[in-house]
Design a protein around this ligand. Structure first.
Ligand code: BJ8
Length: 423
């Protein structure tokens, strides 16, 4: 609305570009989400959050800042929210799910860079992301070569970029590296906020984040039922909003959805009819508003029953042990928890294949669609062993390679429909 304009201007947003982005977002949301049949009523909270994504939530963050709280933006689920919260900071996942200012971006990045990285540059260059502009610290992590190298240029665009190094091997030395980096991050956040993390604040933070992850797990598990009580699109939306909503309110809202879904399961009410073909989506993270593939899958008559993705189960599978009594003990628990994340930048990464097989069984998927962003070496490379491993279990797999443009939508629909038909 009108009243947000001055806020956006103060943040330095480009109002025309920003309006254009919001219009595309609203249109896509309308076409993809609001047109769905038999949605749970409690999804109305998420509709509201999406309608206020650059409005009310930004106002809240700016209010937090007025009280001295700091905002930290991140591009990866390896950045521990517990540490931010414990030091009086709010962690926001920066989304990067749409092309923007592509011509400008391609002056700084090679054309054959994945759409996610290009998008993060585009949102900055186009000045259209109020989260990015509100952040007191932005964390870039050394994960894939694309992100790692692109942050070197990104540094010239933002003055508060903090680089977090990450291991690539799940060895003892790898854990040691992660440990050093998490302690270095803790110190940097404490310096940023001027607040020293205590055993109490860290325990509280761990509990807050655990509750959020537990709520999402509860939601995920309800999707194993047939008929699935919620569409994959709506479940994905909850997983996306996970990254920027107020944690306690998010937890409460997801639990409210779960209560409604539990009743639906009892009554055998579904978002789709019983015996609808069930798909597990696996691969690259799907950031807002990148809804292309899930929309195609569900408009083709299948239901997505799980996301093996960082915006999904890979990102929030494990909880953190909160039983420690000292900051050091709880830091160790945090390191243990994050070191289990089976991102494709790790080598070897057999756990991910095990998890895909396990998720296929838990959610009773008829087939797996592997989603790889074009030019994303880690996930495109892993797609082949993933497909082979699934073949051995007689689980059909379709490998998709795509980007954020709609140019291939027709072709994707044809391939997805043919895949669903054979299941
Ligand atoms: S923990 S998946 S959020 S790094 S799509 S930018 S991998 S070329 S996003 Fe990720 Fe953290 Fe891993 Fe998860 Fe590179 Fe691929 Fe692009 Fe990607």
């Amino acid at each position: 609305g009108e009243d947000y304009k001055s806020m956006w201007m103060e943040l330095g947003l480009d109002l025309d570009g920003h309006d254009a982005l919001l219009n595309v977002l609203a249109q896509a949301y309308n076409d993809i989400f609001l047109s769905q049949k038999d949605r749970p009523e409690t999804m109305s909270y998420f509709d509201f959050v999406m309608s206020e994504v650059h409005g009310l939530r930004i106002r809240e963050l700016l209010e937090e800042k007025k009280t001295g709280r700091k905002i930290i933006g991140s591009y990866c689920v390896f950045v521990p929210e517990e540490i931010a919260l414990a030091a009086n900071a709010t962690l926001i996942g920066l989304c990067s799910g749409a092309d923007f200012a592509t011509d400008e971006v391609e002056k700084l990045l090679p054309r054959n860079t994945c759409a996610l990285i290009k998008s993060s540059f585009g949102f900055k260059l186009g000045k259209v992301c109020p989260y990015l502009e509100s952040a007191d610290m932005i964390v870039g992590e050394n994960t894939c070569d694309g992100k790692k190298k692109s942050y070197e240029s990104f540094k010239s665009l933002v003055d508060n970029l903090y680089i977090m190094d990450l291991p690539q091997v799940k060895s003892e030395q790898g854990r040691e590296l992660l440990k050093n980096e998490y302690f270095r991050f803790k110190k940097a956040v404490e310096e940023l906020t001027g607040v020293t993390i205590t055993a109490d604040s860290l325990k509280d933070a761990i509990r807050t984040v655990n509750a959020k992850r537990a709520a999402v797990h509860r939601l995920s598990l309800l999707r194993r039922h047939d008929p699935a009580p919620i569409s994959g699109l709506d479940a994905l939306l909850a997983n996306q909003i996970f990254f920027y909503d107020n944690p306690a309110r998010f937890t409460q809202s997801v639990n409210a959805i779960c209560e409604e879904l539990e009743k639906r399961v009892q009554k055998k009410d579904g978002a789709f009819p019983a015996k609808t073909v069930r798909i597990l989506l696996s691969g690259c993270p799907q950031a807002v508003p990148n809804w292309k593939l899930p929309a195609i899958v569900e408009q083709s008559g299948a239901v997505i029953v799980g996301e093996e993705s960082c915006v999904g189960e890979r990102g929030c599978r494990n909880l953190t042990d909160d039983s420690g009594n000292s900051v050091d003990e709880m830091m160790e628990a945090i390191i243990d928890r994050y070191f289990k994340i089976d991102c494709a930048i790790f080598t070897p990464n057999g756990e991910r294949i095990d998890h895909i097989k396990e998720m296929s069984k838990t959610y009773r998927a008829d087939g797996v669609i592997h989603y790889g962003l074009q030019f994303c070496q880690p996930y495109l490379m892993e797609a082949i062993p993933v497909e082979r491993a699934l073949e051995k279990e007689s689980i059909p797999c379709l490998r998709i390679e795509t980007d954020y443009s709609m140019e291939d939508a027709g072709q994707l629909t044809t391939r997805v429909e043919a895949f669903i038909e054979q299941l």
